[in-house]
Write a protein that binds this ligand. Structure first.
Ligand code: ZN
Length: 492
């Protein structure tokens, strides 16, 4: 009794150790490593990843999982999460994993070359290759109605392409008219674009993420080119940011975003550590945490009623900053060609375009050569603008270069789920904004801890939506949130 359950947990613990060790090496690569270390680091990471893959998909794990299924002591939620990963990865032959990894590196190099010349042609053959391998990968995993489902499943367990298609249809129908209304009004001033010393920016950012609950005794903040978060276990969840000395918003909102990810990881029960439940429920659910804190809280009027007076008192450049000015500046809407610079209204239109195009690519409905033209036409249709060149068009994102198809929808799911969580939290706790106005974020964090963090990777995104918000994933709360906010910011 209990032997098989002990055995499978011991095996998984070592798998987790290998993966967290690789994550430490990756963190170091992006934060501290001298460029010359890249060659050796690549080899070290490849070794750890190979060992982890063998540990996950080898006969020992297969037998241990099978035996544990019959062990009455085993936790069925644990086993389901473990099976989900095992079943996906064990179906993919090792040489296909290897081929994808090599083609991904070539794709990334070709993408860099194409960006340097602002031409799509140098990227096309490499994209063709990673796309072909992504199809093979989907076929190895298995799918029924839509090949894209298999790729999506790697990020959003249980979600299907047709569900996403319906969600995006709602967004692309509703957002353009809101955007149109906003465009008739004058834009708020860019109040955050003032010189603030990097040290002071970091100190203030540190205080803000501490106030929302990020425990720096179990985390740390560093600088990197692209902000990110990573976790080596519930007691070591790190974030990074980048600082623009002339724009306070860049680092500040990046810190709130990454701290949102770290709050999730810090909230996962210690008893889940080194097991399949010891992470977020999905990429989109993770993104729902970062976007909730960055946008739902950090761009609210209540937040700036609390924080603007502190900025005004401590930063000479912000001595005239009022809560109203800061809040309006935090919610400027500016349609543009670049996704990562997009505001909350236009962001999901960028994702809708990528979703539409990658589904067509994976299906074979859109030949790679026709992708740039389809991109430009889609931008015109959804956002009413055309990129000046491919650098600010089809070549802007890194994701497709190494064959990461099926990732983009998680960003939009994050936005939709964040609005659902806020609605549920308000229903449970009452007036959240009254708390935020006095810098009290513990009630909201407590709600997220109890309803989402405490369950780790156990539930699927759809199950989480059902239990937390009492409904499947839907767009209405997000659209209502946007309409309310922008009616106030722009006086619509
Ligand atoms: Zn994020």
């Amino acid at each position: 009794m209990g032997k098989a359950w002990d055995r499978v947990r011991a095996l998984w613990a070592e798998l987790d150790d290998l993966e967290r060790a690789a994550a430490v090496l990756e963190w170091d690569q992006l934060v501290h490593m001298p460029a010359a270390g890249a060659g050796a680091r690549g080899v070290q990471l490849a070794t750890l990843r190979r060992l982890a893959h063998e540990r996950l998909t080898g006969p020992a794990m297969a037998e241990a999982l099978a035996a544990a299924t019959a062990d009455p002591d085993a936790d069925p939620v644990w086993l389901r999460a473990a099976r989900r990963r095992f079943d996906r990865e064990a179906r993919v032959p090792a040489d296909l994993v290897e081929a994808r990894s090599r083609a991904g590196t070539r794709g990334y190099m070709a993408w860099l070359e194409a960006r340097a010349s602002r031409r799509f042609a140098p990227f096309a053959p490499a994209l063709e290759e990673v796309l072909g391998l992504a199809r093979q990968y989907a076929d190895a995993i298995g799918w029924e109605g839509e090949r894209y489902d298999a790729l999506l499943g790697g990020h959003e367990p249980g979600l299907r392409t047709d569900r996403l298609r319906a969600l995006f249809a709602e967004l692309t129908q509703a957002l353009p008219s809101l955007l149109e209304a906003i465009r008739t009004r004058p834009a708020p001033p860019e109040a955050f674009r003032r010189p603030v010393p990097a040290e002071l920016q970091l100190a203030l950012g540190r205080e803000a993420v501490g106030a929302i609950g990020y425990d720096l005794a179990r985390g740390r903040i560093d600088l990197s080119v692209h902000p990110f978060s990573t976790s080596f276990g519930p007691d070591d969840c790190r974030i990074t940011t980048r600082v623009d000395p002339d724009d306070f918003a860049v680092s500040f909102f990046a810190l709130l975003h990454e701290a949102g990810h770290a709050l999730y990881e810090q909230g996962i029960p210690a008893s889940f550590a080194r097991g399949p439940l010891g992470g977020g429920a999905s990429t989109g659910v993770h993104e729902s945490q970062s976007r909730l804190w960055e946008n739902g809280v950090g761009r609210s009027a209540a937040f700036w009623e609390w924080f603007a007076p502190q900025l005004a008192a401590r930063v000479p450049a912000f001595s005239d900053l009022t809560p109203e000015l800061a809040w309006r500046a935090a919610n400027r809407v500016q349609p543009g060609p670049i996704r990562v610079l997009a505001d909350e209204v236009t962001y999901n239109l960028h994702i809708a375009l990528r979703f539409e195009l990658e589904v067509a690519l994976v299906r074979g409905d859109l030949p790679v050569q026709e992708l740039p033209a389809a991109w430009d036409a889609g931008m015109e249709r959804l956002l009413g603008l055309r990129p000046r060149d491919h650098l600010e068009g089809v070549l802007q994102d890194i994701h497709w270069s190494d064959g990461s198809f099926g990732y983009f929808p998680s960003y939009t799911l994050g936005n939709l789920l964040a609005a659902m969580w806020l609605e549920a939290a308000a229903a449970a706790l009452g007036d959240l904004e009254a708390d935020w106005r006095r810098g009290a974020f513990a009630p909201l964090l407590g709600f997220l801890r109890r309803s989402i963090h405490a369950r780790g990777a156990g539930p699927t995104p759809e199950e989480l939506a059902e239990t937390v918000a009492g409904r499947p994933i839907h767009a209405a709360p997000f659209l209502a949130y946007l309409r309310r906010k922008y009616a106030a910011v722009y006086g619509l």
